[in-house]
Design a protein around this ligand. Structure first.
Ligand code: ATP
Ligand code: MG
Length: 576
């Protein structure tokens, strides 16, 4: 097991477990499970549940955590999702050992449970249509009405249920329902459906069944079959707990303890598989692993690290009430981790050509550059310096505003690991006035970045050698939504209204230092002064590298700008 922290965190769930162990409940066993429905890719909310379940198991002597696919809905489930879920859990650093289960493996037992309930007079076959069933159900303020089929005899119910299974009824013609209480204040207890007739091929059981158990009739019993001691789930299942308890008590089987916690909600994104599927199918993103998606596969492709995600899940802790976590907190942790581990390189995203007039035409110098100031063991590398370089367009202003310390006509700046250069002239496009090229001079005495006469410059710029650098594509990602909570307000506009039109910006003529020629998919770097980037795992190839921006660096200029905005009440200044 992998965790970065030597001490396990404490929270209300862990406290319950400590108490249970004190009382030797379940003979001191701690057995959890992560139970995804294979109807989509996992998202960061699932990561919270994965970290919780697997960590609790590993923190307790002999503790175990199962991976179980709750695959009761043949229509929406696919093998592709099963595989992606396994890959994501492994990538997060967790291992279910030989405890991989499928609720569909229990279909025979579940069928047996249904028969057991019928025999006990606790379940009946109901012929009401879906609409009629809804009408009979009542509302939160009014009790429901008993189905006219509620008092069928046990024999008749056994016979009808057998006919359901034998394929003698059309899809939807009838259902098996529990006989509980149509007047219960808890709607889940108003004779819920246990089995339905559905002719659909299941990803594992094929066409063996034409009746399928409902999720609610599967989940709790599956936990029971597996001997799960603590069934940890999200708050929306709190109202289902009485029903799960009812099934388990009526069936007289092992009783796991269900404990609910608040689901993770993250700002500027959505966290429901239904919505994520809609974004994928509607082409709003390029797939489940689009780096803008809150999916684990999207975050992996974007360059997030499993350690940072685990740490985030630990940091946010567990609560009993729903809340929204700020995306900035997740990004903060990603930066923290990447700062420690990623090699620095220089990359120019929007190149501006710089010619150093007094630098010898054929000279190429290898400048020594530090790979990671946070980690001296990462050593140094050589970066070629020559007469024609590229710097960032944004690092030059012909008419520099106050507090802009970078390059400008007549001004001297430092090139990182290079020399001091001074801008002597500017070449512009005659028609558009756009700055095309800068001419500079360099001071040979400042090699490495310091001047022997102690003269200071106010800015240090990154650069690459024009002749040596590699042209690459860079994808800059921003938040997927412009609104912190895009699903707020039931009757408000559709959440898709708030998609950020600028969530992806593709730059195709970027230049990186030549050492990146061997960069492999998934490798992570800090592009100095820009942010953290990784080689895209799908679209990048040798000779045609594509980099994803994982997260930007905190930009001091952006902060100054913000402060200026606040003091002057003015709108954004159009550079930075
Ligand atoms: P969604 O609501 O996004 O469609 P789900 O709850 O239907 O997800 P499941 O596959 O049933 O997805 O979830 C597997 C486990 O992950 C469940 O135990 C569920 O409670 C938990 N889980 C799902 N979403 C979150 C979340 N946002 N935060 C924490 N746990 C979650
Ligand atoms: Mg669910």
């Amino acid at each position: 097991m992998t965790t970065d922290e030597p001490h396990a965190p404490s929270d209300f769930i862990r406290n319950i477990i400590v108490d249970d162990l004190k009382q030797n409940k379940n003979n001191g066993r701690v057995h959890t499970r992560f139970p995804p429905e294979p109807n989509g890719y996992l998202h960061i909310g699932h990561a919270k549940s994965i970290c919780l379940n697997f960590s609790i198991a590993s923190e307790n002597e002999g503790g175990l955590c199962n991976l179980r696919f709750d695959d009761t809905n043949p229509i929406k489930e696919e093998e592709e999702f099963v595989e992606s879920i396994k890959e994501d859990i492994r990538w997060l650093g967790f291992d279910w050992g030989d405890r991989l289960y499928y609720a569909s493996d229990y279909f025979d037992e579940l069928y047996g449970y249904a028969v057991q309930l019928i025999k006990a007079g606790k379940a009946y076959v109901c012929d009401l249509s879906a609409q009629e069933t809804r009408n009979y159900r009542g509302t939160l303020t009014e009790p429901g009405k008993d189905s006219p089929y509620r008092n069928r005899s046990i024999e008749e119910n056994l016979d009808l249920f057998e006919c359901m299974r034998a394929g003698e009824f059309e899809d939807g013609a009838c259902v098996l329902r529990a006989k509980i209480d149509m007047a219960s204040p808890n709607l889940n207890m108003r004779d819920p459906v246990l089995y339905r007739v559905l002719r659909a091929s299941h990803h594992r059981t094929g066409n063996k069944w034409c009746v399928y158990p409902m999720y609610d009739f599967t989940h709790g019993q599956s936990d029971s079959i597996e001997g799960i001691t603590h069934s940890l789930c999200t708050l929306e299942f709190e109202d289902h707990r009485p029903l799960y308890d009812w099934f388990i008590d009526e069936l007289k089987i092992f009783h796991p303890q269900q404990i609910e916690f608040a689901r993770l909600n993250l700002s500027y994104t959505v966290m429901s598989k239904r919505m994520l599927l809609e974004l994928v199918e509607g082409g709003y993103v390029t797939g489940w692993d689009d780096p803008r998606m809150p999916t684990i596969s999207g975050m992996r492709r974007r360059g997030y690290t499993p350690g940072a995600i685990r740490k985030f899940c630990e940091r946010i802790g567990l609560a009993k009430r729903d809340s929204m976590i700020d995306m900035a907190l997740l990004e903060h942790g990603i930066r923290e981790d990447l700062n420690r581990h990623s090699p620095r390189v220089m990359a120019v995203l929007r190149p501006l050509r710089v010619v150093i007039d007094n630098y010898p035409e054929d000279l190429v110098e290898e400048m020594a550059a530090v790979n990671n100031p946070e980690d001296p063991d990462m050593g140094i590398r050589k970066v070629p310096f020559s007469r024609v370089l590229y710097i960032e367009k944004d690092d030059f202003r012909e008419d520099p505003p106050k507090k802009f310390y970078r390059l400008a006509p007549g001004r001297e700046v430092r090139l990182r690991y290079g020399y001091f250069i001074k801008c002597v002239s500017v070449i512009k496009d005659e028609k558009t006035g756009e700055v095309k090229e800068l001419h500079c001079t360099y001071d040979p005495e400042t090699k490495g970045g310091d001047s022997p006469d102690g003269r200071k410059v106010k800015a240090t710029l990154h650069w690459v050698s024009a002749a040596h650098s590699l042209e690459v594509e860079v994808r800059l990602y921003d938040r997927l939504f412009v609104k912190a909570n895009p699903t707020e307000g039931k009757d408000g506009p559709d959440y898709k209204t708030y998609l950020n039109p600028d969530s992806l910006q593709t730059l195709t003529s970027c230049r990186v230092e030549p050492g990146l020629a061997d960069a492999q998919p998934g490798m992570r770097y800090q592009f100095e002064r820009q942010g953290y980037f990784c080689v895209d795992s799908s679209d990048s190839s040798e000779g045609a590298l594509v980099f994803n921006r994982t997260v930007s660096l905190r930009d001091s200029w952006a902060r100054i700008q913000k402060a200026q905005e606040q003091t002057s009440g003015k709108k954004k200044i159009p550079f930075s």
